[in-house]
Design a protein around this ligand. Structure first.
Ligand SMILES: Nc1ncnc2c1ncn2[C@@H]1O[C@H](COP(=O)(O)OP(=O)(O)OP(=O)(O)O)[C@@H](O)[C@H]1O
Length: 241
């Protein structure tokens, strides 16, 4: 079966700095796929190319068979890709519900309220819809971001470091939420530094280094790959990430 997302030979540089050096990867439908790698290895750049925030210098990105490389973010989003960012981007002064409702309306105003309610239900925030977003605990703000993405009814959810700043309990709950979302038939592509989370939830792991794919496969295989261990997992600073 063809992959939902097919990334082929994608390269991107910034004034001589190579961010991506010919990355190829496939993301299967209704899977959780994680992109790992040391700082600066190109993980966020890859998400930015896929979602149209960066234009690749070369290479192709196909979503459901449609070429999306070089298209603007809103065009790509309309096809069914939704993303969250490394840093929380909420409308802090809005209620929890309104944050999601605004996102739901991007898909069209018809049934937007229902889409917003359903998204809040999935992430477990339906009971606090009237609260102001900035009053939420940190882990719930991160969930709210996921709800905003879900409210556009994407086929694929793209998450940039969703566990950043979370405590151990929040990370476990996030893992459970991502399983729930995958089991609803959605595809999840995430960049994440927390190796326990990545290895615990992913169906497939792609390891980058210096903008190249070092290894890709099942979590257990990638974790044992000597090149991955040397480039990333074996480094002392990665151990506390
Ligand atoms: N907009 C940009 N302008 C200039 N250089 C950039 C830009 N975006 C990324 N880069 C460079 O591309 C390389 C890859 O960066 P990227 O943010 O994709 O790595 P990363 O793996 O996501 O890192 P981290 O784990 O620290 O978030 C780095 O050298 C970075 O400085």
């Amino acid at each position: 079966m063809t992959a939902l997302l097919e990334i082929s030979h994608v390269a991107k540089r910034f004034n001589g700095v190579v961010a991506l050096d010919g990355v190829s990867a496939r993301v299967g439908r209704a899977t959780i796929t994680a992109v790992i790698g040391p700082n600066g290895s190109g993980k966020t750049s890859l998400l930015n190319v896929v979602t149209g925030f960066y234009e690749a210098d070369r290479g192709s990105v196909r979503f459901n068979g449609t070429e999306i490389a070089g298209r603007p973010p809103h065009w790509i989003a309309r096809l069914g890709l939704a993303r969250t960012f490394q840093h929380i981007r909420l409308f802090e002064g809005f209620s929890v519900f309104d944050n999601v409702h605004v996102a739901a309306e991007r898909r069209g105003t018809s049934h937007a309220r229902r889409r917003a309610e359903q998204a809040l239900e999935v992430v477990g925030l339906a009971a606090v819809g009237r609260q102001q977003a900035d009053a939420l605990p940190y882990g719930h703000k991160r969930r709210l971001e996921i709800a905003r993405a879900l409210a556009t009814e994407p086929e694929i959810l793209i998450l940039d470091e969703p566990a950043a700043g979370m405590n151990a309990t929040e990370k476990i709950e996030l893992g459970e939420l991502l399983f729930t979302i995958r089991d609803l038939g959605k595809t999840i592509l995430l960049v994440e530094h927390d190796m326990d989370l990545v290895m615990g939830i992913s169906d497939y792991v792609i390891a980058l280094n210096f903008g190249c794919t070092l290894a890709a496969g099942a979590p257990a295989a990638v974790r044992q790959d000597p090149q991955v261990i040397e480039a990333y997992l074996g480094r002392p600073e990665a151990a506390d990430a």
